[in-house]
Design a protein around this ligand. Structure first.
Ligand code: UDP
Ligand code: MG
Length: 139
């Protein structure tokens, strides 16, 4: 069952470079409603748990280190077809392959430091949203 919600993080590179406002503007312009949002920083243990699905991949250590290296902006976004439409808005994982106008094309600097996270399924959107937000932080 589609929930029409997805989960995103503006990654430490986006926060560090001052891109929070510009990225939120793209998200608003694309028609997403912000259902939850906060600035937070993941511990190494948090990042390991969040990305546990990638624990066997060669980039896992670097990914955990990067994602816990500084503050992020976490958000739950609402829109029809949210998961798929948000993946289109952010573009390919590697910014070199990301389409013109996508968030990663505009703001990502590498495959690892690629500006934003976007859930890959309704099921993961719910799990990831619950990882960062309690019930009374979601509107
Ligand atoms: N990543 C990386 N190297 C890779 C693949 C992924 O550093 O070869 C990082 C990158 O930050 C990516 C995250 O791991 O966003 C999760 O990977 P995934 O394949 O789920 O990409 P996404 O869903 O974020 O596009
Ligand atoms: Mg993914």
């Amino acid at each position: 069952m589609a929930t029409n919600r997805t989960f995103t993080m503006l990654k430490p590179d986006s926060v560090e470079k001052g891109h929070i406002g510009a990225i939120l503007e793209k998200i608003n312009a694309a028609g997403f409603r912000i259902a939850a949002m906060k600035m937070t920083q993941m511990t190494v243990a948090d990042a390991k748990a969040f990305y546990a699905v990638h624990s066997e991949r060669p980039f896992y250590g670097e990914l955990v280190e990067f994602m816990s290296s500084g503050p992020i902006v976490a958000a739950i976004l609402e829109k029809n077809n949210a998961v798929e439409d948000f993946r289109v808005l952010i573009g390919a994982t590697n910014p070199a392959d990301a389409a013109e106008g996508t968030i990663r094309k505009l703001y990502a600097s590498s495959m690892g430091e690629n500006a934003v996270h976007g859930s890959d399924s309704d099921e993961n959107a719910a799990i990831e949203g619950a990882f960062h937000f309690s019930g009374r932080e979601i509107f």
